[in-house]
Design a protein around this ligand. Structure first.
Ligand code: FMN
Length: 388
């Protein structure tokens, strides 16, 4: 069933960015209702908000009414998000003021113990004000979740910490606050993703067609479900969880050796071969007559190396991609590499696509087939199987 998001907007210049956040929520089937402070009417338009949400927009505490909105909206919502939250509203909320519809809702919401998520935005000097920092800390101690302001160019023309967090990161964190199972918070999940890049010279490498989309979808769902999530990736992307950047299979192996985990999901497409000799500088065309030979040597088997020293409580999930007899190949890798699960996927559906079709094989021999679906849905199903 789709979840209900009550979104508060206060009078920060960053308010214009919230249209995009609403689009993300709606695109992903969340119901959204908006409550504004009256000052926020200077920065956003109720007509636009009503069009985007397909709901009435609330800002008048004393409207002629059929119900008491600061209570009925609290009952309706699964989560209350205020983005952006101004210095003024932060301080009112920290001290229990209820002098407008938004602060009255906050007052009741905090008492209801449902999740509250706050995304501040303000000038850097306002953000550095110790009174504001104290009030933020007070709200954190009372159980409100925050997403920190970012450093960067501010609307007032200066630079510093005070910018509203990235809209995509606010969206991701909303999902975690809605879906997380608190028992997962203490479980560490490590996900590798992307195709490794094996260096030839200063500008060239050997890689594969892996987009990293399957691994990203798994990492996003692991984060949403509340796991302590870390990613080792060959691809740059921005998330609320740590992303450790590597290039080659050897770098990935070294990084993996440093990490502890309860679950390891090896979704990366690790190159089987690397160049025996690499060149510090770019090989130029002028240096080569007609051709030159590049000798490839085998990389160590990354997942097998890690799984060799697997602790009893750890679970390792490998991926298998082949044009040959997929299930037989996956079964033999599962056994030979000491894995707990293997996810078998076909070359024609898996690489660089938004959809996939997989078969999960358990150590016990049990086979679970997942039909063609979006990688986002497949990722959730894989986690349900391997992290039960
Ligand atoms: C152009 C402009 C931009 C502003 N931007 C911010 C801001 O980003 N953050 C903030 O805390 N206050 C900002 N303010 C000040 C707030 O609008 C002011 O404190 C207001 O009383 C807050 O009201 P509210 O919390 O009820 O929405 C801005 C004011 C103006 C005129």
């Amino acid at each position: 069933m789709s979840k209900n998001i009550l979104l508060g907007i206060t009078s920060s210049i960053a308010a214009y960015k919230i249209y995009e956040l609403i689009r993300l929520y709606k695109k992903n089937n969340f119901n959204v209702r908006v409550v504004l402070t009256k000052n926020a009417l200077n920065f956003v338009s109720p007509l636009v908000l009503e069009t985007l949400t397909n709901e009435k927009v609330y800002y008048n505490q004393f409207d002629p009414r059929v119900d008491v909105e600061h209570i009925s909206l609290v009952e309706w919502a699964d989560i209350f998000i205020v983005a952006p939250i101004s210095a003024n509203t932060i301080s009112k909320c920290a001290f229990g003021f209820a002098d407008n519809l938004l602060t009255s809702i906050f007052c009741a919401f905090l008492g209801s113990k449902k999740p509250i998520f706050l995304a501040p935005a303000m000038n850097k000097d306002m953000y550095n004000n110790p009174v504001i920092q104290n009030n933020i800390n007070k709200l954190k101690q009372l159980g409100c979740d925050f997403i920190d302001c970012e450093n960067g160019f501010l609307a007032c023309g200066t630079e510093g910490v005070g910018r509203l967090a990235d809209i995509e990161l606010i969206y991701q964190k909303t999902k975690r606050l809605i879906y997380q199972n608190k028992k997962n918070n203490c479980k560490k999940i490590l996900i590798t993703l992307g195709g490794t890049k094996e260096r030839i010279d200063s500008v060239r490498y050997i890689s594969n067609y892996s987009s990293g989309k399957m691994g990203m979808a798994i990492a996003d769902w692991a984060y949403n479900l509340g796991f302590d999530t870390t990613v080792i990736s060959t691809i740059d992307f921005k998330r609320n969880y740590p992303i450790l950047k590597v290039n080659s299979a050897l770098e990935m192996l070294e990084e993996l050796k440093k990490q502890d985990f309860d679950y390891l999901i090896m979704a990366a497409a690790v190159g089987d071969f690397r160049a025996e000799n690499t060149f510090e500088k770019k090989i130029s065309k002028e240096d080569i007559k007609d051709s030159f030979e590049l000798k490839l040597i085998k990389n160590p088997d990354v997942v097998q190396t890690i799984a060799k020293n697997k602790k009893e409580n750890q679970k390792i999930v490998g991926f298998c991609l082949t044009d040959k007899d997929l299930i037989a190949c996956a079964k033999s890798k599962l056994i030979n590499k000491n894995l707990d699960y293997i996810v078998a996927n076909e070359v024609k559906t898996a690489l660089n696509t938004d959809m996939n079709k997989v078969t999960i094989i358990e150590k016990s021999g049990k086979i679970i087939s997942i039909d063609l679906d979006f990688k986002d849905n497949i990722a959730k199903k894989i986690l349900e199987v391997v992290c039960d």
